[in-house]
Write a protein that binds this ligand. Structure first.
Ligand code: KIV
Length: 260
């Protein structure tokens, strides 16, 4: 899709019925995100989510998907043991759910683990920038890669790509940095709060439907109540494909002074 210039549409899903609806609407990639810890379970962060819970939700999503690729997020604490430990967890995920790939948060420090999984035939989606599992280390859910920090995020994205990831999520980084990374990598970038130049976009389903009120970041566009739920999802698919979403107001700029 990157080579053909077709924008990739991804939405998070956590259960059978919504997976079916999103699949029918033409979403390409259903991400069973550990964001379920916040939008389903009501925690303040994603950290409490367990591997068992991810397997439970991913299996339900797989049953609802007849066309879209399904990716399971590896929750906090599962990937710190290196390649073999992470591979053991990934084998469980693939065997017990039927999904096609796993997602790992982290750049340079996670590259060896990603390389090990890819060498052992487990497709990996990377995730760099504002990685929510690092919320405490980052001092909150803060935009990353502003100023000199941009080089660190670029190095993270390159490390993930060189390790063999098939695509990488860019979260919460300036639009210009996401553009640089997208031009630099052969693999697709899938943005969330990373602006319009990414090869695809992902949103948390509860955000695009306006169902999660605890935090509403500027990159979120709500497609309800003007539409029914299937229309809202269809509209999101159309707007990502056509490049209408995200608009300038959904992106972050380089400097804290120049923008939020
Ligand atoms: O957990 C999640 O839903 C995610 C996406 C927001 C990229 O990681």
């Amino acid at each position: 899709m990157k080579r053909e210039g077709v924008r990739i549409v991804s939405v998070t899903a956590y259960d059978f019925s919504f997976a079916r609806l999103l699949d029918k609407a033409g979403v390409d990639l259903l991400l069973v995100g550990d964001s379920l810890g916040m939008v389903i379970q009501g925690h303040a962060t994603t950290l409490p989510v367990t591997l068992e819970q991810m397997i439970y939700h991913t299996a339900a999503v797989v049953r609802g998907a007849s066309r879209a690729m399904v990716v399971c997020d590896m929750p906090f604490g599962v990937c710190h043991g290196g390649g073999v430990a992470t591979m053991d967890a990934a084998v469980r995920v693939l065997k017990e759910t039927g999904c096609q790939a796993v997602k790992l948060e982290g750049g340079v420090y996670m590259a060896d683990t990603i390389r090990f999984l890819c060498a052992h035939q487990v497709p990996v989606l990377g995730h760099v920038g504002l990685t929510p599992q690092s919320v405490h280390a980052l001092g909150g859910f803060k935009v990353q890669g502003r100023g000199a920090d941009a080089e660190r995020i670029l190095a993270d994205a390159v490390a993930v790509a060189e390790a063999g990831a098939f695509a990488v999520v860019l979260e919460g980084i300036p639009v210009s940095l996401a553009q640089r990374i997208t031009e630099r990598l052969d693999i697709p970038t899938i943005g969330i709060g990373a602006g319009r130049w990414c090869d695809g976009q992902v949103l948390v389903m509860h955000d695009l439907l306006g169902l999660y009120e605890a935090v509403v970041p500027r990159f979120v566009k709500r497609y309800l109540p003007e539409n029914t739920v299937p229309q809202a999802v269809g509209r999101f698919v159309e707007e990502v494909r056509s490049g209408q979403f995200p608009a300038a107001e959904h992106g972050y700029v380089d400097s804290l002074v120049a923008g939020a």
